[in-house]
Design a protein. Structure first.
Lengths: 84, 412
């Protein structure tokens, strides 16, 4: 799975949950700081990202994530470490 | 009986209902006395034994809410908050102290459509597939919470749940909040989004609904001999209740005055009313007593009149006993717009309010032949209101009864 595919999953999820423009969801963007997402929004976005990329991610995984780029890096590492 | 210190004016109205999504359209539809029931369009009903209802057809949440706000609301909340904001804007209440302004909402269940969708996700995918919005979208207090947030009022905000009497109780409670001085203004009303797969299946299985699928517009027949059940409806309605002195001082429009409220319980059965209508009768007497009135003062009754066998029989018996030899005109709005369940009392309170304002008694749709067990005067052609007082009834599963009394605004 490429970083671009994971970014697309975030864009799809953020468009659906937050109603934002797709191209505003960039690696440097923060759902909370830039889009005023509350904790419920964030959980919804992450649920949809999991569905889109077909990977189950534990809640603790997100604790030190500050922006979408960091999330993409962590997901890419997780997927490659668990790939068959 | 309560001893109100202050009189309570109705200075704003809002509806998102099958008969209309603005007050004048709603009122015109009610006065036409023609049913708005039609085949259900919101989901596939081919497997259902009941396939028609009174849907809210001309409600677009995006006219009132941005995408994100609307998405986080169940349909009942969208309908309710929009109706409440209409009533608020209608009244322009100019609240100086938000702590003296409250919201009281009545509903039977809350966000039942969301509940159904999320239970499907839970069963299909397990606990981690349930939305974090499940609780805030389904809790029955979401609508008043969001109304309070929208208008910034910090007084009491609550939901009352007494099945089909819910919103009449909400208006009664709001009336008391203003009358006793706790609040200066209260948005009081209710709503229900009952045209959902879950609710339609459930009420069908009870045998509560009319099955006149081949003739929906003649299905809701209050007090008629050929009635066979109620017609499911959805929607919401709100009244802005205000201290009468305050309303007069600021030169507000006053539609009507809330004069009294009665409430009690049948203590009889979880769905059936007391067989002789004694609970309903006591409730109406309590409402009139709280208003300092007697049955002879009543100009007409806006009955609960669901078109079910048991409600219309027992309510009709209660009305006959309450008024004795005097035939008091009885109208039942559910003939036009069906049964909004938790929202019914509020929708009918709007009808009663406008009846008082315009001095008329709207006709009952589809009433052709009175149930032979009854002796009451059901209005089938619009009449001039001869005495200005209107009594409005709402009764809910569980034996919860509520009656409201409305009268004209003081002469200017």
């Amino acid at each position: 799975m490429t970083k671009q595919e994971i970014l697309k999953a975030f864009q799809d999820a953020a468009v659906e949950v937050l109603g934002v423009e797709r191209d505003t969801i960039t690696p440097s963007a923060s759902l909370v700081a830039d889009f005023e997402a509350d904790s419920l929004d964030v959980v919804e976005v992450l649920m949809l990202v999991e569905e889109h990329i077909g990977v189950s991610i534990p809640d603790e995984f997100w604790e030190d994530v500050e922006n979408i780029g960091m999330a993409i890096d962590k997901i890419e590492a997780l997927v490659s470490s668990t790939a068959p | 009986m309560i001893s109100p210190h202050r009189r309570v004016a109705i200075t704003g109205l809002g509806v998102k209902a099958p008969a209309g999504c603005d007050i004048e359209t709603f009122w015109e539809t009610v006065r036409k006395a023609e049913s708005v029931a039609a085949p259900i369009t919101r989901f596939d009903v081919s497997d259902f034994r009941v396939r028609f209802a009174c849907e809210v057809r001309h409600f677009d949440p995006s006219e009132r809410f941005d995408y994100r706000t609307a998405r986080r609301m169940d349909r009942v909340t969208q309908l309710a908050v929009a109706a409440a904001l209409d009533a608020y804007e209608d009244a322009e209440p100019a609240v100086e102290d938000p702590a003296r302004a409250g919201v009281v909402f009545g509903t039977g269940t809350g966000g039942i459509g969301t509940m159904y969708e999320q239970v499907k996700r839970l069963i299909a995918g397990g606990p981690d597939k349930v939305s974090p919005l499940l609780v805030p979208m389904t809790m029955s207090n979401a609508p008043p919470a969001l109304v309070s947030m929208e208008v910034g009022w910090t007084g009491a905000s609550l939901t009352i749940s007494t099945a089909c009497a819910s919103s009449a109780h909400a208006i009664g409670h709001g009336f008391r909040m203003v009358a006793t001085g706790e609040s200066d203004v209260v948005l009081a009303g209710g709503g229900e989004s009952g045209i959902e797969i879950y609710s339609l299946a459930a009420f069908s299985r009870m045998g509560a609904l009319s099955t006149r699928n081949d003739d929906p517009t003649h299905a809701s027949r209050p007090f008629d001999a050929a009635r066979d059940g109620y017609v499911m409806a959805e929607g919401a309605a709100f009244l802005l209740l205000e201290d009468l002195d305050r309303a007069e001082h600021r030169g507000a429009q006053i539609y009507a005055e809330v004069l009294g409220f009665g409430q009690n319980s049948d203590a009889h059965h979880i769905t059936s009313p007391s067989p002789d209508g004694s609970g309903a009768e006591r409730c109406m007497r309590a409402a009139l007593s709280s208003a300092g009135l007697v049955p002879e003062d009543v100009g007409h009754v806006n009955a609960h009149g669901t078109s079910t066998e048991l409600n219309d029989l027992t309510e009709g018996l209660a009305l006959a006993r309450l008024f004795g030899d005097r035939q008091v005109p009885v109208t039942a709005s559910k003939g036009v717009f069906g049964h909004l369940m938790g929202g019914g009392g509020a929708a009918e309170a709007v009808v009663a309010t406008l009846s008082v304002r315009d001095g008329l008694v709207p006709a009952t749709a589809n009433h052709e032949n009175l149930d032979p067990h009854l002796s009451i005067d059901v209005v089938t052609e619009e009449r001039v209101q001869e005495r200005p007082i209107v009594l409005s009834n709402s009764f809910g599963f569980g034996g919860h009864n509520a009656s409201l009394v409305f009268g004209p605004a003081p002469a200017a």
